[in-house]
Design a protein around this ligand. Structure first.
Ligand code: CA
Length: 418
């Protein structure tokens, strides 16, 4: 499918993240406008609240767009999602008869502040990248015990905290926690010394379920995708993670990109999950291409310095798709809710420079990564981390918008009051 042309000129360049083919959903505010739903087109945002007020969009149980989240649209269901996408395309395409009415509803992205695009109902993080699981397992337990015995049979995950999910641009503070290194005879309470990122995709569940769903049904339940940085305190993790998995190591913050890229926009980029060395049980087998060809990269900028790309990889290297993860999530009966967020697990390729965490890039802190004006094993205070992602089409891109965060120093005393 080639670039679809829009009357919004900036949406027609080959390198804009937001051509008419994309139409991602976000929540924005300006000096004059309260937070509301909008759709990105080129370097502009179409104000969906005003488009609905003026009758340009009429959909479901209106009003849907005057609130600072997309959950109400999700709750309208897949037919409404398709109808909205068709209508927005009609409004914004070249030669549209709605141009004159819609032109007045455009806001410059540079004048807008992006907020969380949806209310996170619950947050689950998986561990579905084979290379990442092998690397981290090797570092924590040795290569002979790297992959847990269940790993090739189920997408393993843990229940995270919806309350800790923040939008791109939110500052993140280095946490304190209980640490015990391999040579320490007892634990101590101190600021994290090994604060890290994890490059992931987040899948947003758009429809409810009550009881087990198939992989195909799960795929149809997904509303869209965001970039996701699962900030990780490695030294806290190493001490706490057995036997129930990470807890405080992952509780500081999880940053997502501000635009929900819909499953519909990603359809042309579907790819198969990799060859499997162990056959999956029938309820988890995929029935078609369930991953996406999405080019991903990570850049790190020290305070006052320039960003350096420290990793480049692709979402298609994952072992399990979000649909398989969602299907597995429901097998024991847990209901799913619109706004549930599923982290993919860290996305790492096989080579140096394709790894999705500093833990792997620096191999447990042994091999520093070169950046502008210095080197890193783990993050330093003032570092700004940015995830980038796009699917490359024929003369156009489906971009996600940056997922960025700056690390603030730890408090001097986290229990000081007043
Ligand atoms: Ca993770």
């Amino acid at each position: 499918m080639p670039l679809k042309k829009s009357w919004v000129e900036s949406a027609n360049s080959a390198d804009t993240p937001f051509p008419l083919n994309n139409l991602p959903y976000g929540v924005f505010a300006t000096d004059d406008l309260d937070p509301r739903c909008g759709v990105a087109i080129g370097d502009m945002i179409l104000d969906c609240q005003r488009a609905e007020e003026e009758g340009l969009i009429a959909l479901g149980d209106a009003p849907l767009f005057d609130v600072p989240f997309w959950n109400e649209v999700m709750e309208e269901g897949p037919e409404a999602w398709a109808a909205l996408r068709d209508r927005l395309t009609q409004i914004l395409e070249e030669g549209s008869k709605d141009r004159e009415a819609a032109e007045k509803l455009l806001v410059k992205q540079s004048d807008a502040t992006m907020q969380m695009p949806f209310l996170v109902a619950e947050y689950t993080d998986f561990y579905a990248g084979r290379n990442h699981a092998f690397n981290v397992g090797s570092l924590f337990r040795g290569p002979e015990n790297a992959l847990p015995p269940n790993w090739l049979h189920i997408p393993i995950g843990y229940n995270g905290r919806a309350s800790s999910v923040v939008v791109s641009g939110t500052e993140v503070r280095r946490p304190w926690g209980q640490l015990k290194g391999p040579n320490d005879d007892k634990p101590r309470f101190a600021p994290c010394e090994r604060f890290d990122l994890e490059l992931e995709m987040g899948a947003i569940v758009g429809t409810a379920s009550d009881g087990p769903v198939t992989v195909d049904e799960a795929d149809q339940m997904i509303f869209g995708y965001v970039l996701l940085n699962d900030w990780s305190a490695r030294d806290i993790q190493a001490w706490e993670y057995q036997p129930l998995g990470p807890f405080q190591a992952k509780a500081t913050a999880t940053t997502i990109s501000p635009w929900i890229v819909t499953r519909a926009a990603l359809e042309p980029f579907r790819t198969d999950t990799p060859e499997r060395e162990v056959e999956l049980l029938p309820h988890l087998k995929d029935t078609g291409p369930m991953l996406y060809d999405i080019e991903l990269s990570v850049s790190l900028a020290p305070e006052g310095g320039q960003p350096t790309t420290i990793s480049q990889t692709n979402y298609s290297v994952m072992y399990y798709s979000s649909a398989q993860q969602l299907a597995h999530h429901t097998t024991a009966g847990s209901p799913m809710t619109p706004g549930d967020l599923l982290g993919s697990g860290t996305i790492s390729g096989t080579e140096k420079g394709t790894l999705g965490s500093l833990l792997e890039l620096s191999w447990g802190g042994k091999n520093p990564v070169q950046i502008d004006g210095g080197e890193r094993t783990f993050l330093q205070d003032g570092d700004t981390l940015t995830l980038h992602g796009h699917a490359q089409g024929d003369g156009y891109r489906i971009g996600f918008g940056d997922c960025t965060g700056t690390l603030l120093p730890a408090l001097s005393d986290p229990y000081a009051r007043g």
